[in-house]
Design a protein. Structure first.
Length: 279
């Protein structure tokens, strides 16, 4: 059965529930801003991602409150001072970040409320956050309003001017290590995700070769009742069907047994053996 959601006016709260739970996990932008009077603000936004490398562009979206159709202090500040610092949220600070999202008044300094340490930025007025391992100093290129009604987003186009990385999250090759970074993400409702060795894995990018594709797999493999679409895609990432070699495990096995063994080989990363048992 398929549940179908029709997009109709007046269903904003219900739609938010489904959209925010479906489009996950989402990284969290912890945004530092300042208004024209010098009042500082910190607020997290999970409608956030990187959209360009050259120029380096991050975009986040403060959504107008559904309950009373008001804007966030972050958005108000950015219309006054078109600069911000975007910090990343790790498991070590996620509770403090959550605390900062309380609906404090505009004069309240969330650095103090949530116990964060300010660091003077090099190129922009808003402060960096010492406790975050990665801070982006940004200028605001544009703010694009998507509507005036409650639930409407505002795309804040941020150009990164300088990036600060705590070396403790780098590996020996000076690359960011996802486990050391320990980033958290937003899911639906009150759920969060975290980065653990058990929750991440690598998939080789097929950029050095062009895979044959599932459509070019032998019919007996392509129509397997044992192998999943994911497993067929792994086999189909090869440029060509491998040459059949002597393989003792293949002997005296029926099709089902061969496919079960191939599935086990694929799960173990032994793709050549998986191919040989199937040929």
């Amino acid at each position: 059965m398929i549940k179908t959601i029709n997009i109709v006016e007046g269903e904003t709260a219900n739609l938010y529930k489904y959209l925010s739970a479906a489009v996950t996990p989402r990284p969290i932008a912890f945004v530092s801003t300042i208004d024209a009077k010098g009042n500082k603000n910190l607020s997290p936004f999970s409608f956030f991602n990187v959209f360009s490398i050259n120029p380096p562009i991050l975009v986040f979206s403060p959504v107008r409150r559904v309950r009373n159709n008001t804007s966030k202090h972050t958005l108000d500040n950015l219309h006054q001072v078109k600069e911000c610092v975007i910090s990343l949220v790790t498991e070590e600070i996620v509770q403090q970040v959550s605390l900062s999202s309380c609906d404090f008044d505009a004069e309240t300094n969330e650095f103090e409320k949530a116990g964060f340490t300010e660091i003077k930025s090099d190129l922009v007025t808003p402060s960096r956050i010492k406790e975050s391992p990665i801070n982006f100093e940004c200028k605001i290129n544009d703010i694009i309003s998507l509507g005036e009604q409650g639930g409407a987003g505002n795309l804040v186009i941020c150009q990164v001017l300088k990036m600060h990385i705590n070396e403790r999250v780098l590996n020996d090759e000076q690359e960011i290590d996802p486990i050391k970074l320990n980033i958290v993400s937003r899911l639906g409702k009150n759920w969060y995700g975290k980065t653990t060795p058990e929750s991440i894995y690598e998939i080789a990018k097929p950029i050095s070769r062009i895979g044959m594709g599932i459509d070019n797999l032998p019919e007996g493999i392509k129509n397997s009742e044992i192998l999943t679409g994911n497993e067929l895609a792994i086999l189909a990432s090869a440029e060509n069907i491998p040459e059949k070699k002597k393989f003792n495990l293949r002997d005296n096995k029926n099709t089902t047994e061969k496919h079960i063994l191939a599935k086990e080989f694929i799960c173990q990363g032994e793709i050549e053996n998986a191919w040989q048992i199937l040929l």
